[in-house]
Design a protein around this ligand. Sequence first.
Ligand code: SF4
Length: 343
Amino acid sequence: MIRRKLKSVRDDFIPRKEKYAAQLEVCGEDRNSYSKTDPDATFMRMKEDHMKNGQLKPGYNIQMATENQFVLFYSVHQRPTDTRCLIPHMEAYRETALPMPKRIVADAGYGSEENYLYLLGEEDGEAVADFLIPYNTYLKEQSRSYKKNAYNAKNWAYHEEDDLFVCPNGRKVRFKKYMKKKNASGFVQDFKIYECEDCSDCPLKALCTKAKGNRQVHWNPIYEELKAKARKALDDETLKQIYALRKIEVETVFGNLKGNLAFRRFHLRGLDKVHLEFGILALAHNFLKVAGILRMPSAKHIQNKRKEAKNDLFFAYFIILGTYRTAPSKPKRKTFRRAGRFI
Ligand code: SF4
């Protein structure tokens, strides 16, 4: 019996343990999957989902900084989520000789507490740049249903002096304890936990909470403060216009690479080669953009073209009008009067 157990340990458990250790080493700390054909590639959810089954495919996450639709800088990541790519991207950017941007504009996928703190310099004391980055619930918060949801703790009255909320049933939701939570990227967030004094006989309980006991509210004061800062910037009329440029800035570049240049798949494997391949692609994009600008007509040329276009329109107008006039007219409708009725 013991011999058989020892044999299975020697022939099965130990080789398997070694295999898993080797796989974990390839995976590294930042990801939990890799491709057998390209160990540097991570399984990610792609926008191209032809089978419509949400299948994961091996790939790389490309982060790009643009200005006037020129690619200024890019970085290749093995992390599938954008949220965790901002800091390594900015750190790589800081190592270059490029000037630091005054403001970073990015979509809601980057609006995490960790990223906000990093950009404000709360992590290492040096502010990176100002930012225009919404958080994941920014748009939802604008909706009427969100603002009128009586069971959302954000809509409850807060009494600062007693540090308590008042719930829709008029009961006190008091501060109970502090709690630390580690998120998926290993960042530790501080929460204040509030708990309602008594939910046992509340007629609103089914609508308010799924908890068996009293309702708890997990409040992250640091993140709430950062979100308020982001919201204030995004609600500013001038900054709103800058944020709106994001769609025609960086999205256009990706659109050009994927749509016009039909670059939807890397041809090379391995992080270094992929980095190089995207660099060539970014260069091609920038060169084509310069070529497009050089080919752009001068203001005088545009004026002449406009004049020509006006003449063409005048000519076309006559042709269409002439055609209309020479078309045969409709025969007149005959009417017969019979017994006082028109047929
Ligand atoms: S369930 Fe608790 S927190 Fe919710 S309304 Fe009722 S008493 Fe208030």
